[in-house]
Design a protein around this ligand. Sequence first.
Ligand SMILES: *[C@@H]1O[C@H](CO)[C@@H](O)[C@H](O)[C@H]1NC(C)=O
Ligand SMILES: *[C@@H]1O[C@H](CO)[C@@H](O)[C@H](O)[C@H]1NC(C)=O
Ligand SMILES: *[C@@H]1O[C@H](CO)[C@@H](O)[C@H](O)[C@H]1NC(C)=O
Ligand SMILES: *[C@@H]1O[C@H](CO)[C@@H](O)[C@H](O)[C@H]1NC(C)=O
Ligand SMILES: *[C@@H]1O[C@H](CO)[C@@H](O)[C@H](O)[C@H]1NC(C)=O
Length: 448
Amino acid sequence: MDKAKIVKGKFILLLIPVIIFVIAVRPPMVFRAIPKPRGAQHMCPFQISEETITPLNNTKHLLVSAYMDQRVTGFDIRIIGIFRRDSIQPLHCLFCCSGYFSGSTPATISQHSDNFGFAFVTTDIMCQIPQHCNATHVTLLTQPDGENMSNQIWLQIRNKKTSEKEDKRLHFNFTVCISNLFGDYNNVLQFAQTLEIYRLLGVDRVVIYKTSCGPELDRLLQIYTQEGFVEMVPWPIDQHLNPSRGWLFSEHGGDVHYFGQLTTLNECIYRSMDRSHYVLLNDIDEIIMPYQHNDLMSLMNMLQQQHPDVGYFGCLFLIENHIFPKNPFDKSANSTMPQWRGVPGFNILEHIYREEPDRTLYHPHKMIVKPRAVEQTSVHDVLKMFGQKFKVPLDICRIIHSPISMPRQPLLDQLHLDTRLWDFKDRMLPNVMTVMRKAGLLKSEEQR
Ligand SMILES: *[C@@H]1O[C@H](CO)[C@@H](O)[C@H](O)[C@H]1NC(C)=O
Ligand SMILES: *[C@@H]1O[C@H](CO)[C@@H](O)[C@H](O)[C@H]1NC(C)=O
Ligand SMILES: *[C@@H]1O[C@H](CO)[C@@H](O)[C@H](O)[C@H]1NC(C)=O
Ligand SMILES: *[C@@H]1O[C@H](CO)[C@@H](O)[C@H](O)[C@H]1NC(C)=O
Ligand SMILES: *[C@@H]1O[C@H](CO)[C@@H](O)[C@H](O)[C@H]1NC(C)=O
């Protein structure tokens, strides 16, 4: 008690000179620097969204996040949203500039070209920030003014430049963007093995957008999240829309493609733009695997050397997808890990037969991108970009894709033996054991 009083007393003593200083040198400047616009009796923002998905009041649209982005001339900010295509209306950006409202600026609305027939589509809303505004938050209005501003929900503006030396802020070499975990997906063995191989390849961060998953996988993901390797972004799209489990509206119905996969991929690129040299866009059942290098950095160093003139924003690389079907498989791999009995999922090391891709399909690729080279992306290719695009030769890098199910039986003469994953086995397996033990998933071990 006494101690607390003394501290309090000291604090007040310390405060007196501060108060005198503030009164003495109170600068009238502060109020001139940012002119108070009409009608702004209050400080802003009032209500900042804490959700990943925020409904835009008075519209049918959803907002996801706002990023500083000055790559397109005339614009400063890009808001990523999910918009209903049949009810697009003019919108205006209102900014919060170090505590005061700005005037509004007109928004340019850019729907992504891939909508696959669904009513909702990933949409970019781009605006200019008014002069002399140190913008911290942004919101969208359906009328340039006239709305009750205190009812607005604000988005924090991310990727704000803090210095010119951008590369110093790139903490990560490689980020993997795993879009959309949904349903009761529970393939723990594949997930843990795949994440540990990513780590061995030099991946620093895996961003996962989670709507839902099975209970064991949830425990595994908690361990990875605690140690910071996985960044889990809540993705409650099913609370706002009727998301489709398929990719084509005419076949699968619903409001939006694959639980909003296209939006999460774009969001992940912008989220990574100021902190990761490269972003890998692939699913959790896929591993972008160098075949001549031990890790992704050696691969990228070689590819970059081959393409030195890609310009300021960098480039992106297309990697061909190769399916390692469920059957046939190598049974000997299964018997090596008796402790895994009862753990949901399959051992990816069993899948050593590679199918020859059907190159008549348009989509056998996934991507490694420099995030600043991308403006808008889809799943198998980018929609808008600033940089250049290259296909990586098959002998250098392929995707090892071990899907949970296969609608068709592969023909035997289309299969090649490919044991590249086994090169990582000895380093990967102990790490998988450790993480599964931490997650309390090795039941057979506990019984002993
Ligand atoms: C802008 O606002 C942020 C947050 O309030 C502050 O940290 C930053 O110093 C400001 N920048 C300028 C140039 O005033
Ligand atoms: C704006 O909304 C707030 C909160 O709902 C309310 O207190 C205020 O009176 C409203 N102002 C106007 C001008 O309608
Ligand atoms: C949405 O707007 C209505 C009317 O303008 C207002 O009453 C309500 O509080 C707003 N809701 C949110 C979440 O801003
Ligand atoms: C990025 O790669 C370089 C070169 O391989 C390495 O020295 C560095 O430790 C890596 N950084 C991170 C965060 O992994
Ligand atoms: C692996 O072994 C377990 C139990 O020994 C068995 O249930 C499972 O079907 C096997 N997996 C495959 C792919 O054969």
